[in-house]
Design a protein around this ligand. Structure first.
Ligand SMILES: Nc1ncnc2c1ncn2[C@@H]1O[C@H](COP(=O)(O)OP(=O)(O)OP(=O)(O)O)[C@@H](O)[C@H]1O
Ligand SMILES: [Mg+2]
Length: 111
């Protein structure tokens, strides 16, 4: 996939679209690490993922997102184990400018 290119991944329900995106984002590797069992059993990882010329399949999800590869989950699902405030702050995870963060929060409260 090149800069400025838009790619669609199309397939029937259960084909593995979300899982493919979760694998690229490092979330499947994380699930494997915390030994969360998928419905079908153990998790096996094969192959490589390259982003901007760098291999990213060996680095954790929070490092991948820092490089600009962002997964936006479907159906606006919040993190259930976190408060509403913590969920809002999670959206500002990469924003280090606290004033900008505060301004965005104000905008969200207004909405
Ligand atoms: N490569 C794979 N090998 C084994 N199981 C897989 C693989 N990819 C996905 N699965 C399993 O298949 C099921 C469906 O996958 P997934 O949710 O990614 O599909 P989907 O295409 O996003 O479906 P939907 O269109 O319903 O959102 C999940 O239980 C997932 O763990
Ligand atoms: Mg899906």
């Amino acid at each position: 996939m090149d800069t400025g290119e838009l790619v669609s991944l199309v397939g029937p329900n259960g084909a593995g679209k979300s899982t493919t995106l979760r694998a690229i984002s490092g979330l499947v590797a994380w699930e494997k690490e915390i030994k969360r069992r998928s419905t079908s059993g153990d998790i096996f990882l094969e192959g490589t993922v390259t982003f901007n010329g760098e291999r990213i399949d060996q680095i954790p999800a929070h490092e991948i997102v820092r490089r600009g590869l962002v997964l936006c989950p479907e159906r606006r699902r919040p993190f259930r184990e976190m408060s509403v405030m913590e969920n809002l702050l999670a959206g500002a995870y990469l924003q280090k400018d606290r004033i900008k963060s505060r301004e965005t929060l104000d905008k969200v409260y207004e909405l």
